[in-house]
Ligand binder design. Sequence first.
Ligand SMILES: CC(C)(COP(=O)(O)OP(=O)(O)OC[C@H]1O[C@@H](n2cnc3c(N)ncnc32)[C@H](O)[C@@H]1OP(=O)(O)O)[C@@H](O)C(=O)NCCC(=O)NCCS
Length: 213
Amino acid sequence: MKRLAIIGSGDLGEMICYHAKNDNHFEIVGFYDDFSDTDSIVSGHKILGKIDKIENDFNNDVFDFIIVGIGYKFMEFRKNIFEKYHQKIPFANVIHSSSYIDNSTILGEGIFILPGCTVDKKVKIGNNVLLNTAVVIAHDSEIKDHCFISPAANIAGKTIIGSCCIIGINATIIDNLIIAPYTQIAGGAVVINTISESGLYAGIPAKFKRTLN
Ligand SMILES: CC(C)(COP(=O)(O)OP(=O)(O)OC[C@H]1O[C@@H](n2cnc3c(N)ncnc32)[C@H](O)[C@@H]1OP(=O)(O)O)[C@@H](O)C(=O)NCCC(=O)NCCS
């Protein structure tokens, strides 16, 4: 059985641990976390050490794959940590078996797909993307690297979501749009126009609210 280590032991790290163990048949080796004590236990697994220990442990055959368990509150860190180890250490895709991922989907690395998602024809999902429960991505759309798509978000066909976007719970993005990188869409928003300026957008139809912090 392949051995998985998770970067980050907060809520997202624990979610990955839960599904990877119970559905994907990875053996969980433990977590790397700069803010938790080494050797303490999270979800029944050890904190293996700080993040800067990862490369050394991989070279010493502690694990086979790694995945980023850092969520939408730390998007820049989420991106940087993936890029630091990409192409040095293999990243796992943890894709829940209850999700439908069409065979034509092009998948990157380090992707976490939770239960009940639907990914239709010729969708492209970049590296380090998270699709939370019951997300729908319709045909020919693209989700670029590091995006965090919250539960029950719906993205219609031929729409491109730029890198490092956060799409809120139950948001709807209609077809043929392009969403700028580093855009956040609030929960329940309905996006009906292309977004060229990054920032927070909310409401129906979604309007620019403010720049991101
Ligand atoms: C978008 C969000 C993060 C903004 O939170 P915030 O920083 O506290 O919001 P702000 O107070 O800066 O709001 C800015 C404006 O957007 C509005 N707004 C924020 N969220 C909104 C929403 N979901 N729908 C409609 N308007 C919203 C606010 O009312 C405010 O409007 P105003 O400037 O006209 O008064 C939050 O409201 C949200 O929707 N979160 C979704 C969470 C989610 O998807 N969680 C799933 C994780 S798995």
